[in-house]
Design a protein around this ligand. Structure first.
Ligand SMILES: NC(=O)c1ccc[n+]([C@@H]2O[C@H](COP(=O)([O-])OP(=O)(O)OC[C@H]3O[C@@H](n4cnc5c(N)ncnc54)[C@H](OP(=O)(O)O)[C@@H]3O)[C@@H](O)[C@H]2O)c1
Length: 387
């Protein structure tokens, strides 16, 4: 099983001269006003190639580290050799420690490039700042400051106080996108709430006779399982449990290095999300063990956040998803649309219950991604401002 505790050595070709991002992140605004050096266009551009490698390393452990952030790190030694690390599952070393261990003596006088501000506090592992200082790192290049109250600028301040040169903001926008759920959780205490909707292009999810499998393709359903693997909790309504008896486990998506089973068993290397039913599930339903929630939906979101969920996925059905939308509890939608039409208004809708009564009340968002998945299309729509 892949543990995510990756540390590798690569030779990196660095490109210079690309303009660096100049905007100030909300994380920077909330951090203590310390002297954080924004990269000038030449210096920032110098490290963008290495930051891209760090982003790539972080992407490979996206499904393993929550509630901790999925972070990637690259150490560039004075001779140009590069050492990469990514965060281990909770309790294991952070990305910086993996990269430094891999670099060994080559870290002396090196530059450390990391997607998130290093921690300066003792959790289950020691402070990464200690490891960076002890290794003799000369310069730290950071994409995004960590809004976690236990970090929040303290990592940068500690490094600077020990004479490490610090730059913040390289590939900031990309990393804010990659760490969206984590940053939202640390800023608000709530998980980033994603509603998954799968429908025909006329917005229907089932025929009048109840048949619905499958409107979307295997490619879209595999992608939806990846979305589950990236979520700490998966939520469905009691109606879906009664109708479909779903197991809601990650099965069709296998992480890099994970083992694929031909009989549909859960793949190795996946942390299965917590399963939640709004309402109750009959004894013997496949969704057990699960959290059965009878209270207000907002309290459920607060509860999941307090339990450490950085992202929760609402998987329907139409009544439960509609209730979350009406309560204003959805931060973004992932919509899978199949090139098919039911052609009338007697099929099941994508959301049910009373909707906007006026055009002034419709929920508006912005498209953040569009992707072809086999014959289908995936559209990501953000409702909540990521900042
Ligand atoms: N195409 C898709 O993407 C997709 C995804 C999921 C499901 N589905 C289909 O959707 C159908 C089921 O959908 P559905 O709309 O009948 O049921 P649902 O949305 O799955 O569940 C609704 C039930 O959830 C419980 N509930 C608890 N709190 C609620 C709240 N605040 N708001 C709304 N419901 C709450 C209620 O259960 P009680 O009645 O027990 O009180 C309610 O009847 C199935 O046929 C399934 O196949 C399609």
């Amino acid at each position: 099983m892949p543990c995510g505790c990756s540390s590798t050595t690569t030779t990196l070709i660095l490109t210079a001269g690309e303009p660096a991002p100049e905007s100030v992140t909300p994380a920077e605004r909330t951090a203590k006003p310390r002297t954080v050096t924004a990269p000038d266009s030449r210096e920032g551009g110098r490290w963008e190639g290495a930051m891209d490698k760090a982003i790539e390393a972080a992407a490979a452990v996206r499904h393993l580290t929550s509630p901790n952030p999925w972070v990637g790190c690259v150490v560039i030694a004075p001779d140009g050799s590069a050492f990469t690390g990514a965060t281990s599952p909770p309790g294991g070393p952070h990305a910086e420690r993996h990269a430094l261990t891999s670099a060994g003596a080559a870290a002396q006088g090196a530059t450390l490039i990391t997607t998130l501000e290093p921690c300066d506090h003792r959790g289950r592992t020691g402070p990464c700042t200690d490891a960076i200082i002890e290794a003799g790192i000369r310069r730290a290049v950071i994409a995004v400051l960590d809004p976690d109250p236990a970090v929040s600028g303290a990592g940068v301040a500690r490094l600077q106080s020990e004479g490490v040169e610090v730059q913040v903001g390289v590939r900031q926008a990309e990393v804010e996108r990659q760490l969206l759920a984590y940053l939202h959780h640390r800023r608000t205490g709530r998980p980033w709430m994603v509603a998954k909707l799968a429908a025909s292009i006329d917005g229907r999810t089932a025929a009048p006779d109840g048949t619905s499998q499958w409107i979307t393709s295997l490619e879209a359903r595999t992608d939806a399982h990846r979305l589950r693997a990236f979520s700490d909790a998966v939520i469905v309504g009691a109606g879906t449990v009664r109708a479909d008896d779903p197991s809601l486990t990650v099965r069709h998506w296998t992480p890099p290095g994970g083992r694929v089973w031909s009989d549909g068993r859960e793949p190795n290397g996946v942390v299965q999300p917590r399963r939640v039913v709004v309402g109750s599930a009959a004894r013997g339903a496949r969704i057990h063990p699960c959290l059965q929630w009878e209270g207000p939906l907002d309290d459920l979101v607060v509860r999941l956040g307090a339990d450490g969920a950085t992202q929760a996925l609402i998987e329907g059905g139409p009544a439960a998803a509609g209730a979350f939308v009406r309560a204003g509890l959805v931060d973004s939608f992932v919509v899978y649309l199949a090139p098919a039409l039911f052609g009338g208004d007697d099929g099941a809708p994508i959301l049910s219950g009373p909707g906007a009564q006026s055009i002034h009340d419709i929920v508006r968002g912005s498209i953040t991604a569009v992707e072809r998945l086999g014959p289908d299309v995936r559209i990501d729509v953000a409702v909540t401002d990521a900042a």
